[in-house]
Design a protein around this ligand. Structure first.
Ligand SMILES: Cc1cc2nc3c(=O)[nH]c(=O)nc-3n(C[C@H](O)[C@H](O)[C@H](O)COP(=O)(O)O)c2cc1C
Length: 196
């Protein structure tokens, strides 16, 4: 059954309520393993041209978050020896707030039929679907990248292979504050009708 814009369905209301929670506002409790798997089961339901499954997940939780933070701080200093202490500390804490961060890794490499762009888009869609699934289960989440998503040393530490790319770190936890809303784009202003 269709529902009008004056009476949006619960599903549409849910989609319209989607918003990110900044990672420093994410705290315990995070999803347990079963709940996280449930979220991922929803997240993998993405359009996937050729059914390539061009993604995989790496869960960063518990003490591993602190260990990664120490490495990021070390790497941050190596990347920029002049970096102020505050910047190093920010990197040390990148994974220090949300109880769980799911690294979404695109699996690319040669493919005779499906363009790389399409496989990358599928992996990106997984990130968005995971945000929605987290929110549907009552958690807050945010999709972050920053330099660690593009750094060769971090890739090595995380076991990211040559044909793979980090598309996002999805931080998930309990929102400590109501997430801020921001102005959204006006779809009418972005839409034109094509005429021949
Ligand atoms: C690929 C990607 C990477 C992002 N990386 C960052 C990031 O590193 N730092 C950040 O503050 N926001 C980042 N964002 C933006 C947030 O995920 C989020 O969209 C933003 O805070 C606005 O909130 P909203 O999702 O409620 O619109 C990224 C978004 C995308 C799609």
């Amino acid at each position: 059954m269709n529902s009008s814009s004056n009476h949006p369905s619960p599903a549409l209301q849910f989609l319209d309520a989607r918003r990110s929670v900044p990672s420093r506002q994410l705290g315990a409790p995070g999803p347990d393993d079963a709940t996280l798997l449930r979220m991922l089961a929803s997240a993998v339901r993405v359009p996937d041209h050729g059914k390539r499954v061009p993604f995989r997940f790496l869960r960063i939780a518990g003490d591993a978050r602190r260990a990664l933070g120490e490495r990021l701080a070390e790497r941050s200093r190596a990347r920029d020896p002049q970096a102020p202490e505050a910047a190093i500390e920010k990197d040390r804490l990148r994974f220090g707030f949300a109880p769980v961060a799911v690294t979404v890794i695109a699996r690319l490499g040669p493919d005779e039929k499906i363009p790389e762009q399409e496989r990358l888009l599928t992996a990106g869609s997984v990130c968005f679907a995971l945000l929605q699934a987290a929110q549907a289960l009552g958690y807050g989440a945010v999709w972050l990248t920053g330099w660690p998503a593009y750094d060769e040393q971090v890739e090595r530490w995380l076991g990211v292979q040559a044909h793979e790319r980090i598309v996002g770190f999805i931080h998930i936890g309990t929102a400590k504050l109501e997430a801020p809303e921001r102005e959204r784009p006006d779809p009418a202003a972005l839409t034109q009708a094509w005429s021949p």
